[in-house]
Design a protein around this ligand. Structure first.
Ligand SMILES: NC(=O)c1ccc[n+]([C@@H]2O[C@H](COP(=O)([O-])OP(=O)(O)OC[C@H]3O[C@@H](n4cnc5c(N)ncnc54)[C@H](OP(=O)(O)O)[C@@H]3O)[C@@H](O)[C@H]2O)c1
Length: 523
């Protein structure tokens, strides 16, 4: 029996796996889970399958109801039928599906319509009464970000949420889960935060960055803070530099409308990449709770040196892919993609040289890069260590040695490798770099839960550790805003550097790191 199967039969609920005590906590309260954007892609591909899997493992309280809300004029039955397709991949037996389907309800309407919110309120009251839900509600915004403000206003106006005065856990509680992107710059993020706080207290707000729900991302903290051997060397004395790569092989796909407005900087750097940076560079928190962990992440964001003005060209590179080949298949250039302007200046690639200006990391560069249409899908963090202080061996013997590196592979091939030099088994001394490998799949033999499953369960339980706090979002935007503005200014009229699809980005990105006598890793 695997670990998840054991947990599924237990009367208690599994929760945030970072917290030692969480596996023995009692079940979350029953609630109504309201999905705005219930006919959309995210609901279909992620939310409903995650809720279904939680239900299947008996991790969802049996009285919990799921209420979808979207424009499409569906009945409860049509909604259930649509969602049946969504859970097919999760392996639904007829009885499991029947039980889950009975908890699904639907309200159609447009978000701008007050009457639709009144109707939603009536539906919620009816469902809660029928199922014995004590008024606990979670609102999940799975809609275009442009709708968030309208949703907050109308939830407030219709009195659907109850503001938490002191304790988010006091029944009946209300919570809101908001998808990224949260704002499109510092000002809009602050405005949205202010608006959200008119209806929900900060402790009721769960801003999702689904990267934080990934097992391997959480494992960065477990690896760093549950082992004695890493922390002593996790600093400027032993680390030469850090590289973070988020590489995608896919292009813009059907998301051109969104991506043209976002680019790699807003799509990946502002959230996922800065989250990885924060987790790998933060100080040990005093406890594993939402306040302590997020306090430390915010401190890192504050210590991140701003890149603006003259620093921009030396520390930041943006690129855009042209046509090329991915795994031997020809692919169009970004400007040839449907929905993309023929003269688009949107960045599909970003490389940055960053500094965390604090005691631990003074003088240690963090090189980060992300891009679309790169040769390989790979997300990894590589901590590259300084060379031995004195070399005993000849230059010839050392020719095959590479810098020692600890590589945290976030996806795919999740695991950790330590790269070091070993003697080649021949006469005399010859040294070559080898890997010591930990492979997640082979070591645990269980499928990791999907990030949404983890995060939804945490939100149901009121554990916000893996969600982004308002001041963290604020600091993320405060960092990326000057770069985006600098690129948009007339000084940099040249636009993004071009790179061929299927290559590792523009030559300018190589120059960014090679100027310092270093090289990008082969991810
Ligand atoms: N898709 C993903 O994999 C993914 C991953 C991470 C984050 N996200 C984020 O999740 C959010 C949703 O993305 P998505 O891909 O699911 O979008 P989507 O497929 O376009 O779905 C949008 C949903 O919102 C509804 N909607 C939009 N405007 C409405 C209005 N005025 N009144 C009523 N309903 C309205 C649509 O209803 P109708 O279809 O009935 O019109 C649909 O249900 C976005 O913020 C996105 O950035 C998505």
């Amino acid at each position: 029996m695997n670990a998840r199967a054991v947990l599924a039969t237990a009367p208690e609920i599994r929760a945030n796996p970072l917290r030692e005590e969480s596996v023995t906590l009692k079940a979350a309260d029953p609630c109504t889970f309201v999905v705005f954007g219930a006919s959309g892609d995210l609901t279909h591909r992620k939310l409903i399958p995650a809720l279904f899997r939680l239900s299947k493992q008996k991790l969802l309280h049996p009285q919990t109801a799921i209420v979808g809300f979207a424009r499409r004029e569906w009945t409860n039955e049509q909604f259930r039928e649509e969602m049946k397709h969504a859970v097919e991949s999760a392996g639904a037996s007829p009885s499991e599906w029947e039980r889950f389907a009975g908890a699904l309800f639907y309200q159609s309407g447009v978000f701008e319509d007050h009457a639709a919110f009144r109707a939603l309120g009536q539906l919620l009251s009816k469902v809660e009464e029928e199922r014995g839900v004590p008024g606990n509600r979670i609102f999940h915004f799975a809609t275009p970000p442009s709708e968030y403000a309208t949703l907050v206003r109308n939830i407030g106006a219709a009195g659907l949420a109850r503001r938490a005065l002191r304790d988010d856990h006091a029944v009946p509680w209300s919570r809101v889960i908001i998808e990224k992107p949260f704002g499109r710059d510092l000002q809009s993020a602050r405005e949205l935060n202010a608006l959200v706080h008119t209806v929900f207290a900060e402790r009721q707000v769960y801003r999702i960055d689904h990267y934080l729900g990934k097992e391997t991302v959480q494992n960065i903290l477990v690896m760093r803070f549950s082992n004695g051997i890493f922390e002593p060397i996790w600093n400027r004395q032993y680390v030469d530099h850090v590289q973070i790569t988020v590489a995608e092989t896919i292009g813009v796909e059907e998301r051109a409308g969104y991506y043209e407005q976002a680019g790699a900087m807003r799509d990946i750097v502002q959230n996922h990449l800065l989250q990885l940076l924060a987790l790998v560079s933060m100080e040990p928190p005093a406890a594993f709770d939402d306040k302590a962990v997020r306090d430390e992440k915010v401190k890192v964001m504050r210590a991140l040196r701003r890149i603006a003005g003259e620093d921009l060209s030396m520390n930041a590179v943006r690129g855009q892919y042209t046509r090329g080949f991915i795994e031997g298949t020809p692919v169009p250039g970004y400007r040839e993609e449907p929905g993309v302007a023929a003269d688009s200046r949107t960045d599909t690639y970003v490389a940055l040289k960053l500094w965390v200006d604090n005691w631990r990391w003074e003088g240690i560069p963090f090189y980060v890069r992300t891009g679309k249409r790169l040769p390989k899908q790979s997300t990894e963090i590589a901590i590259q260590f300084r060379a031995a202080p004195h070399q005993l061996f000849s230059r010839d013997a050392l020719a095959g040695l590479e810098p020692n590196a600890l590589v945290l592979r976030i996806q795919p091939d999740e695991g950790i490798s330590l790269r070091f030099g070993a003697k080649v088994p021949v006469q005399g001394i010859r040294i070559r770099a080898v890997n010591m490998d930990f492979d997640y799949g082979a070591s645990f033999m269980v499928d990791a839960p999907d990030a949404y499953e983890t995060l939804i369960l945490d939100a149901l339980r009121g554990d916000a550790t893996l969600f982004t706090r308002h001041d963290e979002v604020d600091q993320q935007w405060a960092f990326v805003d000057p770069i985006i503005k600098g690129w948009a200014s007339s000084d940099s009229a040249e636009g993004p550097a071009l790179y061929e699809a299927g290559t590792w980005g523009p030559t300018e990105a190589d120059a960014l790191i090679e100027r310092d006598g270093r090289k990008w890793r082969k991810a």
